[in-house]
Design a protein. Structure first.
Length: 73
């Protein structure tokens, strides 16, 4: 059952540069590791409510330990 007069969901998607480690073997990229612990610097809004950006950055950059993400074999 839908909730009447529910506050709208605040949503913003932003991007920023983070360091990555790229491993190359014999001319092929074998692994890419994204280092998620990097503090947010110079974010850019991709979509959503830009007025929510400052609060979203604070929530995403609150010192919690995030894992690094690895892609490859």
């Amino acid at each position: 059952m839908p909730v009447i007069n529910a506050p709208p969901t605040r949503r913003v998607v932003f991007q920023y540069l983070v360091p990555v480690h790229v491993e190359v073997e014999d001319g092929l990229v074998t692994r890419v590791t994204v280092i998620d612990e990097t503090p947010v610097r110079d974010p850019a809004v991709v979509e959503g409510d830009a007025t929510y950006l400052a609060e979203a950055i604070t929530a995403s950059d609150d010192g919690q330990a995030w894992p690094s993400w690895s892609f490859g074999y």
